[in-house]
Design a protein around this ligand. Structure first.
Ligand code: FMN
Length: 371
């Protein structure tokens, strides 16, 4: 029976354990220019482990794709050195690192998009927020993408994927979750289009297909993952039949033989547990539709992570909040050591405090043994 510390082949890589770092936007780039900072390299280096997988926070593929001031992006050459330093910090400890690529779609504000209206598949009332220099503010009104504009966005995904490859990453993850642009196309609460990108699910996954194909064209399928959040509520997203929609999505992605499918359980809304005590449900119903590795995320601790891997519903578990405050999380889970509580006040921006200053359980662990 598989458990958290049995090796697993994930696409092109053989991982030595199944405790992954979930992507977390922490708003610690250098401004202006969203330059990846040295403290980010420290953060990711500290959390790297031999044969472990890290997924880097959402990285916007262009200026209009941005949603949060201080969040990561990769659309200009001046960012390359910072990203290389992050990839190197993970590789120095024998880890693997995928970059999550995102377009925020309607979850944005004109101050973040370079002055242009945020875009979405359709115009649907939305009372979400974006983060600007004035703090969290109501998102700007969005407009529906013209069909002729869509190839340009797919191309931006391809370019960002190429930048990630050039910077020395091991793969890319498409952010198809949490109500951002890809998710806005998938779900029928936000996609009211009547053209080839809207209507039946076969059409609503067209944008997903095209972006996945763009990433594969750069990386090969075995170095591309996709993240989804069936029944997730972040970003005011909704679907009339999430199980049918996301089962179809899983089947589509299975055809491409991508490296992994990354599933956020609906008990989580973004950075919070919404339904305390709810068992994992999404991974369970998706499992029969996806033959490759599934990464489950959202609300796991060591015991529940072991249980879902043992059940076969998931092959790996990604941890967000616990990993934020436990740089040596795989080691602590393996040795059943206590966890340091996370500090929510430091999630969305700040400096090194409660970001890259959490100690490992044993100081020597950082150098001697990471798992
Ligand atoms: C501060 C913070 C930022 C996050 N940013 C992202 C992100 O950039 N991309 C993403 O897919 N999920 C993001 N998430 C969600 C996490 O990846 C994860 O799904 C969530 O924290 C639930 O997992 P956990 O219970 O292990 O924390 C974020 C979560 C937190 C706490």
């Amino acid at each position: 029976m598989a458990h958290l510390f049995t090796p697993k082949k994930v696409g092109a890589y053989t991982l030595s354990h199944r405790v992954a770092l979930a992507p977390m936007t922490r708003l610690r780039t250098i401004q202006p220019g969203d330059i990846p900072s040295p403290m980010m390299a420290d953060f990711y280096g500290q959390r790297a482990s031999n044969g472990g997988l890290e997924i880097i926070e959402g990285v916007s593929i262009s200026i209009p794709a941005r949603s949060y001031l201080g969040a990561a992006s990769f659309y200009h050459d001046g960012q390359a050195e910072g990203w290389k330093a992050i990839a190197n910090a993970v590789h120095d400890k024998g880890g693997r690192v995928f970059m999550q690529l995102i377009h925020g779609g309607r979850q944005s504000h004109v101050e973040m998009t370079g002055g242009v209206d945020p875009v979405a598949p359709s115009v649907v009332p939305f009372d979400g927020v974006a983060l600007t220099k004035d703090g969290f503010v109501p998102a700007s009104p969005h407009r529906a993408l013209g069909i002729e504009e869509i190839p340009g966005i797919v191309e931006e995904f391809r370019t960002a994927a190429q930048r990630a490859l050039d910077a020395g990453f091991d793969g890319v993850e498409l952010h198809g979750a949490n109500g951002y642009l890809v998710d806005q196309f998938i779900q029928d609460g936000t996609n009211k289009r009547t053209d080839a990108y809207g209507g039946p699910i076969e059409n609503r996954v067209r944008f997903l297909r095209e972006t996945v194909e763009a990433l594969i064209s750069v990386w090969g399928a075995d170095r591309v993952g996709v993240r989804i959040s069936p029944s997730g509520e972040w970003g005011g997203i909704s679907d009339s039949n999430p199980e049918a929609t996301f089962s179809y999505v899983a089947k589509v992605l299975d055809e491409y033989k991508i490296a992994y499918l990354h599933v956020i359980e609906p008990r989580i809304k973004g950075d919070e547990t919404l339904h305390e005590g709810q068992a994992p449900v999404a991974t369970k119903y998706l499992r029969p539709h996806f033959s490759g590795p599934i990464i489950a995320a959202g609300g796991f601790d060591g015991d529940s992570a072991e249980a879902i891997v043992a059940s076969g519903d998931a092959d790996l578990v990604a941890f967000g909040r616990h990993f934020s405050s436990n740089p040596d999380l795989p080691y602590r889970l393996k040795h059943k050591l206590p966890l340091t509580p996370y500090v929510r006040a430091a999630f969305w921006g700040g400096d090194e405090k409660h970001y890259s200053d959490f100690p490992a359980y044993l100081p020597a662990v950082e150098v001697a043994e990471t798992v």
